[in-house]
Each structure stands twice: as structure tokens, then as C-alpha cells.
Design a binder for this molecule. Structure first.
Ligand code: NAG
Ligand code: NAG
Ligand code: NAG
Length: 254
């Protein structure tokens, strides 16, 4: 994946220094994001950057507690079965965090709904059990706006001052829009930027063999090298999360 950073830098350099691109075009770079890396590699990135499990020393923790927001695609572009898998995978991810982590969730199709506000693991896992499939359009904009206004900026959501905030968007493609609706794209970039300005890191899991308009999805994560993950299907995403060891402290009933 770090290879991609290098390529993006290369393109920027070529863009700045010459008219014609000698080695690669922009399209080639976008094409490289279509590739799904080996699950082992994605797992390591997810553990390191999303779960913050950098090494397994038991000593002092240097990181503060986390407040995590799951944003799950529930549009017609994924089946109910795959949506269910996505929910189960989110539940499984919950048990991979430190026990002082809080979780909230948003489900989106044509509209975004807050499934639940910030709670510790046990309540979060229970609440995930009650979310239902929506279908409809893929309104990623609405989902990001809900994350900003109803979770991050709303203290009634249970969001904690001083927490390290992370958003994980699991989706099958970019926000739905007609190609002439550039305003929608601008608003999407704007809301994603505002979430990052609030101090939240944004991660994207892009699910599917090929993602049309993948370049529009690349505008959302905090970076394209460590915040953007490509998996071929929901089963693959679930199986890589299953491989991550559960925190030893979860023996206590949190
Ligand atoms: C998805 O999960 C819901 C609730 O857990 C269940 O009622 C439904 O039958 C499941 N759908 C599929 C296709 O597995
Ligand atoms: C979803 O959004 C559309 C358009 O903004 C609105 O007309 C509709 O009432 C909303 N549906 C629900 C269930 O909130
Ligand atoms: C899911 O993707 C993996 C590769 O990551 C592949 O081996 C598997 O066959 C795919 N499963 C389905 C149901 O498409």
C-alpha cells in the first residue's frame, strides 16, 4: 500500500514539472486502487491504524480512549445478506478495541439514520443486533453529515471530550449522484473535510471487485495509503477481522 503513496507523489511531481506524463496517467493511479491487496496485509494495516494495536507490549498506553463511529452502507447495491455480514463484522471489530472504547453507528441508504449513539462494547453489540437493511440509493453525503452534526458535534450523543475519534465507512461505492451534480461532490468533500477538522480520522473500506468512480471515494478517507482498504467482498472483510485476536481484557464482561 505504501507503494501507492509513492505513485501518488510521482503523479503530483509529474503534474508539476511537465505537461505530458511519461510513465503513468491519472487513470493508472486510480486503476491501482481497484486492486485488492492480500487479506493479511489489510489486516495488519487495520490493526495498526484503525485499532491502534501497534505492538503487543503490555506497558503504559500512550493513546487516549477512542470514540468510534461505524457508517455502514445499506443501499440496494449490496444484498441484505451482505449487509448482515457487514453488521456482524462491525460487531466483531468492537471486541478488538480496548474496553474503554465507545461506539456509535449510522446506517445509510437513501437516507442516513443513527442506529445508536456512543456506548461501550456490550450495548453497542446488542444494538447492532437490532439494525435493519434499508435498500435505496447510496447517500454517503447524508451519512457523513449525520456523523458530523448528530454524533461529533452533539454532546447528547455521548461523544467524549479528549477522546481520539475515528470513523469507519464500509461501502460498496461512491455517493450516488448524476454526473452533472458536481455540487453534490463538492458538498461531500466539504463535509468529509469538516469531520477531519473536528479531529476525527476517517477510514474507508471499499467492498467489491470493481468500484465505479473509485476516485470519488478516495476523497473521503484521511489518507489513501493507510486509511483506505480494498476488499473483494464482504465475506473477505469478515474473515480478515475474524483473524484479529480479541483483546485479552474482554474476558471481563464489559
Ligand atoms: C439479516 O438479519 C436479520 C436480522 O438479524 C434477519 O431477520 C434477516 O433474515 C437476515 N437476512 C438475511 C438475508 O440473512
Ligand atoms: C429520505 O430523504 C428523502 C429526500 O431527502 C425524503 O423525501 C424522505 O422523506 C426521506 N425518507 C425518510 C424515511 O426519512
Ligand atoms: C471473496 O473474495 C475472495 C478473495 O478476496 C475470494 O477468494 C472469494 O471467492 C470471494 N467470495 C465470493 C463469495 O465472491
Amino acid at each position: 500500500m505504501s507503494n501507492l503513496t509513492w505513485r501518488v507523489l510521482l503523479i503530483i511531481t509529474i503534474g508539476l514539472t511537465s505537461e505530458g506524463s511519461i510513465w503513468q496517467t491519472k487513470e493508472d493511479v486510480y486503476e491501482s486502487f481497484q486492486k485488492t491487496p492480500p487479506l493479511q496485509e489489510i489486516k495488519e494495516y487495520l490493526m495498526k491504524y484503525f485499532l491502534d494495536r501497534r505492538d503487543h507490549t503490555r506497558g503504559k498506553r500512550f493513546i487516549p480512549y477512542h470514540d468510534i463511529i461505524f457508517i455502514l452502507d445499506s443501499s440496494k447495491f449490496l444484498s441484505e445478506e451482505n449487509f448482515n455480514l457487514s453488521v456482524i463484522t462491525a460487531q466483531n471489530l468492537v471486541t478488538r478495541f480496548d474496553p474503554d472504547t465507545q461506539f456509535a453507528s449510522i446506517i445509510f441508504g437513501t437516507n442516513a439514520t443513527i442506529s445508536f449513539n456512543f456506548h461501550f462494547a456490550r450495548v453497542a453489540i446488542e444494538s447492532f443486533g437490532k439494525v435493519g437493511y434499508q435498500g435505496g440509493k447510496r447517500n454517503t453525503f447524508d451519512a457523513l453529515q449525520a456523523a458530523q452534526n448528530m454524533l461529533l458535534l452533539n454532546h447528547n450523543s455521548g461523544v467524549r471530550d479528549g477522546s481520539r475519534k475515528k470513523v469507519l465507512l464500509v461501502t460498496t461505492g461512491p455517493c450516488e449522484r448524476t454526473l452533472t451534480e458536481t455540487i453534490k461532490l463538492q458538498r461531500l468533500i466539504w463535509v468529509a473535510m469538516q469531520i477531519k477538522n473536528l479531529g476525527a480520522e476517517v477510514f474507508v473500506v471499499a467492498v467489491g471487485n470493481r468500484i465505479p468512480r473509485i476516485e470519488e471515494l478516495l476523497l473521503i478517507p484521511s489518507s489513501t495509503d493507510v486509511h483506505f482498504y480494498r476488499v473483494a467482498n464482504m465475506t473477505a472483510f469478515k474473515s480478515l477481522v475474524d483473524e484479529i485476536p480479541i483483546h485479552i481484557v474482554y474476558q471481563d464482561d464489559y
